[in-house]
Unconditional design. Structure first.
Length: 266
């Protein structure tokens, strides 16, 4: 039986940005209170089918919980992103699939660059590469945090996204300081859309530097939207805004199968 209680979802995605910010944010999702069983409400996915329920069936509380179960095969993950949902669960939980409403996104031409970040970009304070060390980036994103217990980027998640990287769907951004990896992020590129997954930083503004560099490059390649999934104040400071899930689904229909340019090797 799956029970959602107040403390079940203490870890949340678009994970670390700089010292203690995350792109999906370290925030608890709104959960039912008192705790209730969701067995009769959730769609449980079978391993022999890749079909997801309609996004309109996602729960309002907790916001966006769509289904549970299935697996993390490359085929299912690709179908999930095409459908408009993503996996997010903690160690010991079943695989949970989410499609929140509204959806937090950044349009590349609306990126907000602060004065301090603009100065670092002009100075070329760090060196940024693409797809040079995907494994190191996702491992760094999964590293324990002083302010959090555990990680949602389990060994299973790491293996699954490494498989997507090997198939050309998942990509990494590395931020270097004199040969040392000090920041980075990873996500999926499909059509003209980029689906952000996680960030990490070991130096001041390193992940923001990488994110700004990536966003400008995505715009040059013809990408129209960066999916950030869940909101937080840091994302809003970068220009993120919430759009209705129905509008997000329209972007999927219009841009997933459109060609985009970009070698993803710098």
């Amino acid at each position: 039986m799956l029970i959602l209680a107040d403390n079940l979802f203490g870890l949340a995605p678009w994970r670390r940005v700089d010292n203690n910010q995350r792109l999906r944010g370290r925030r608890c999702l709104p959960l039912p209170s008192p705790a209730i069983s969701l067995d009769a409400m959730l769609t449980w996915l079978q391993r022999d089918t890749l079909t997801f329920p309609p996004l309109a069936k996602a729960m309002r509380e907790p916001n966006g919980l769509l289904a549970a179960g299935g697996d993390l095969s490359a085929e299912r993950l690709i179908q999930a992103y095409r459908h408009g949902c993503f996996p997010w669960f903690s160690e010991g939980q079943p695989i949970l699939w989410w499609s929140p409403d509204p959806r937090t996104v950044i349009f590349p031409d609306e990126l907000h660059v602060s004065r301090s970040l603009a100065k670092l970009l002009r100075q070329q304070r760090y060196t940024v590469t693409f797809d040079q060390d995907f494994a190191a980036v996702i491992q760094a994103c999964a590293a324990p945090r002083a302010y959090a217990d555990g990680t949602w980027i389990t060994e299973g998640i790491q293996s699954a996204y490494l498989a997507l990287h090997q198939r050309g769907y998942a990509h990494s951004v590395e931020v270097w300081d004199q040969g040392e990896l000090v920041g980075g992020l990873y996500g999926l590129a499909m059509g003209q859309l980029f689906f952000g997954e996680s960030m990490f930083s070991r130096a001041d503004n390193a992940s923001k530097f990488g994110f700004a560099t990536l966003t400008r490059q995505l715009q040059a390649w013809g990408f129209v939207l960066i999916d950030c999934q869940m909101p937080n104040d840091h994302l809003h400071s970068l220009g993120a805004r919430a759009i209705p899930r129905s509008d997000f689904a329209d972007f999927l229909r219009k841009h997933l199968d459109q060609p985009s340019s970009g070698p993803w090797v710098s």
